[in-house]
Ligand binder design. Structure first.
Ligand code: FOL
Length: 206
């Protein structure tokens, strides 16, 4: 079984996209995404697994995402895109590619979207031979509400069951988050272009 870290920026109502693109322009937040997903020990690399719509939403000049193994999932026949990226028909096949890859060895695997893949993966049980999402690196967009979002991630935290446990998910402390990502992450509210957000890490037992 492979562990997956879901990485996402989402509003409080779980909005993540508007008409196929990100609803906001947050260069520093994007810098955080880049730094986290690129950070691997010397000689190793991380993998980024994504659906076709997410691939298409990445500006052409930035894809494939550099210094990361890019893996795309699409059921379209002969979907034509970048030569250096392999396309898979399902997550099982995508994860097999990741597991089979050596040189460089794969350190961590990040699920970078979109909505369809986030939902499918969050539903996998711990016993799944394919993968299990045991971490969510969530950038919570606090304000404004971005009411025009028309793509959403599942409400993985669900209803409050009793602190500090939400459906098996626990929020890591700022120290635990720094330790896991491998660098210092600001633990207060960030503000960029009039948008307020904060970095969170949620973990559940595998
Ligand atoms: N997670 C978080 N925290 N923020 C995001 O914006 C985000 N976006 C996606 C998935 N998880 C996320 C999917 N969308 C790029 C563009 C869109 C995208 C993911 C990545 C992208 O162009 N990334 C470049 C950085 C380019 C830049 O410096 O502006 C990269 O190298 O990662």
């Amino acid at each position: 079984m492979s562990r997956l870290t879901l990485i996402v920026a989402a509003t409080r109502t779980n909005g993540i996209g508007e008409n196929g693109k990100l609803p906001w322009h947050l260069p520093k937040e994007m810098g955080h995404f880049q730094r986290v997903t690129c950070n691997a020990p010397p000689g190793q690399q991380n993998a980024v697994v994504m659906g076709r719509n997410t691939w298409e939403s990445i500006p052409e000049k930035y894809r494939p995402l550099k210094n990361r193994l890019n893996v795309v999932i699409s059921r379209k026949d002969n979907y034509h895109f970048n030569e250096s990226v392999q396309v898979h028909r399902d997550l099982a096949s995508a994860m097999e590619q990741v597991r089979g890859q050596t040189e460089p060895a794969i350190h961590r695997t990040f699920l970078i979207g979109g909505a369809m893949l986030y939902s499918a993966c969050l539903q996998l049980p711990k016993t799944s031979p394919i993968a299990f999402v045991d971490r969510v690196l969530l950038t919570r967009i606090i304000a404004p509400p971005f009411d025009r979002c028309n793509t959403f991630m599942p409400d993985f935290l669900g209803e409050w069951i009793g602190a500090p446990d939400f459906n098996g998910w626990k929020q890591a402390s700022p120290e635990e988050m720094n330790e896991w990502v491998g660098f210092e992450v600001p633990d207060d509210v960030q503000e960029e272009n009039g948008v307020q957000y904060e970095f969170q890490l949620w973990v559940r037992d595998a």
